[in-house]
Design a protein around this ligand. Structure first.
Ligand code: XMP
Length: 539
């Protein structure tokens, strides 16, 4: 199958580039920036050089193997990728004086297949993109060009260093006021460089530019279709498993549910899903599992509520809570799975492509902010082989696959829910009482957000129970009860997030219902911090 490789120089947008390529029906993979050309096979139809925080002037700059420019594959350099092209092929890059960050107006000054089908911009041409959270209004913009035949549109810039002169045989195809070399090309060798980011939604015609690179320049056929991939996955799982048993820790979240649907199709009665009720999950979770997966013959539901509650007794430190929950989960899962060990040969996991990429960072060490508990970290002493059918997929693709497999929307569109559950949404000690309060608040919040039609626009929305009591008045009586913080964010991937500008009426309904319906909470506050600097979860 044809594919595009993206050399990762550490940009926060690298994964976005990969997704944009796939959205255009071309399979893409992220590879280390210094991949050897010998590892680039015939199936690779083009190479994209990502952006990155580095500079070609760093003491030890991140540079690709020069020979990738000599193997005849079309190349698109984005941001730092453009600077690499300029630097490596004989142009000149100047160290950062000032950073250019934000919108710029790009003017096309030379025709190029890269800009094919990009018309003069008219105001009504502005299209929002599915990634633009609806809660953020689209930027207004000036109408320029139009009838005069000048082709100008808005692009998103974020760079320090700038190109001073371009290599031989290259021409400038577009410029902005601050970047005279905003887009350059060597049409003969099919090497292109962009100072701006076509992959972000803020760049108008960004999708068209990527599409042009794939189809007009690299001659893509558009073979990446999820429907076909599902069939391939099912066939591959069936062949690999070969009549043996497969076990899965089913959480009810999107990823493990999609894996469950796949396995049910691929291996039928050899599939052994295990659901562990930690007591830290949403109200009604066990019933939901029964509703959606109850027909699976070997489904096991393990009631481990007491184990987790006991283990968490007296523990207040967030990292300690996470550690305990992770360990207990493994213990319970191990005990259950070993009971089945004569039948089982494989352990399935809902690992996604971003997990795979992030576990092998290419540029720089990444600091541990929180030790995420995912089943992903199951120890290798379990006597099973690993099956990770979603390993090459992004979350939005996994959701589409769920749809193809006939999963109900209620399951597909669920918000992410952290492995440690409500334990990290209770600041301080987890007790039966605190769990009950936070879960009831969660029920009300989800209901009101769904009623307001906002659920799908949000990445997550949930309560955090604070370990402080404040004074209130109800009827004529003084109350002294707990405070709940409401957290609501929009995000594309959870790596960064904006606090959601929820309508006042919705906030009001949530607040008054929580305080009126839950004895023990008399105050609701709203978290208005984005990530960074805050994280999404409070612990
Ligand atoms: P933070 O709080 O780090 O969260 O901004 C980013 C995203 O990750 C989720 N999250 C977790 N997911 N196990 C998970 O499976 C965890 O331990 C965990 N901690 C945070 C969080 O809900 C958000 O979507």
């Amino acid at each position: 199958m044809e594919k595009v490789i993206i050399l990762d120089f550490g940009s926060q947008y690298t994964q976005l580039i990969a997704r944009r390529v796939r959205e255009n029906n071309v399979y893409s993979e992220i590879v280390p920036y210094n991949i050897s050309p010998d590892q680039i096979g015939d199936d690779v139809i083009a190479i994209i050089l990502s952006g990155g925080p580095g500079s070609v002037y760093d003491e030890r700059p991140y540079l690709p193997d020069k020979r990738i420019f000599e193997i005849g594959k079309p190349i698109l350099g984005i941001c730092y990728g453009l600077q690499i092209i300029a630097h490596v092929l004989g142009g000149k890059v100047a160290p950062a004086g000032e950073k250019e960050y934000g919108f710029a107006e790009l003017e096309i000054i030379k025709d190029s297949p890269l800009f094919r089908n990009i018309p003069d911009l008219k105001a009504q041409d502005y299209k929002g993109n599915e990634d633009t959270p609806h809660l953020t209004p689209p930027p207004t913009h000036e109408v320029r060009g139009g009838r005069s035949g000048v082709r100008k549109f808005r692009v998103w810039m974020s760079h320090g260093d700038r190109v001073l002169s371009i290599p031989e045989n290259f021409s400038v195809i577009a410029r902005t006021a601050n970047s005279p070399y905003a887009a350059i090309s060597d049409e003969k060798r099919k090497i292109y460089g962009l100072q701006f980011h076509p992959e972000v939604v803020h760049t108008e015609y960004g999708t068209e530019i990527i599409r042009n690179f794939l189809y007009e320049i690299a001659g893509a056929k558009g073979e990446w279709k999820l429907e076909n991939y599902v069939e391939t996955m099912i066939a591959e799982i069936r062949e690999r498993v070969d009549g043996n048993g497969v076990i899965l820790a089913l959480s009810g979240g999107v990823d493990s549910s999609v894996v469950a649907y796949l396995l049910a199709k691929a291996v039928g009665e050899n599939f052994y899903p295990i659901f562990i009720d930690t007591g830290l999950l949403k109200i009604g979770e066990t019933e939901r599992i029964k509703k959606f997966f109850g027909q699976l013959k070997n489904l096991r539901i393990i009631d481990a509520r007491e184990i987790f509650l006991n283990a968490l007794k007296g523990v207040k430190d967030p990292e300690e809570k996470r550690k305990i929950i992770g360990e207990k989960f493994i213990e319970v899962f191990r005990d259950e799975s070993l009971k089945l060990k004569d039948k089982i040969k494989f352990l399935a996991q809902g690992t996604l492509y971003p997990d795979v990429i992030e576990s092998t960072p290419v540029v720089g060490p990444s600091e541990t902010i929180k030790s995420h508990h995912n089943v992903g970290g199951l120890p290798d002493w379990l006597p099973f082989k690993l099956l990770e059918p979603l390993k090459m997929l992004f979350k939005d693709e996994v959701r589409k696959i769920g749809k193809i497999l006939g999963m109900p929307d209620e399951l597909i569109s669920r918000h992410p829910f952290p492995g440690p559950g409500f334990a990290i949404r209770i600041i301080g000690e987890v007790t039966e009482e605190s769990l009950s309060l936070v879960k009831l608040a969660d029920l009300i919040i989800e209901e009101e957000i769904k009623n307001a039609g906002l659920y799908e626009e949000l990445w997550q929305v949930f309560p955090v129970l604070l370990p402080i009591k404040t004074v209130g008045v109800m009827g004529d009586k003084r109350t002294y009860e707990y405070v709940v913080a409401l957290r609501a964010v929009t995000s594309v991937d959870g790596m960064t997030a904006d606090w959601a500008k929820l309508p006042y009426e919705v906030l009001e309904r949530i607040s008054s219902r929580i305080v009126n319906e839950i004895t023990g909470i008399n105050r609701v506050v709203f978290d208005i911090t984005s990530k960074p600097p805050a994280t999404i979860e409070w612990e």
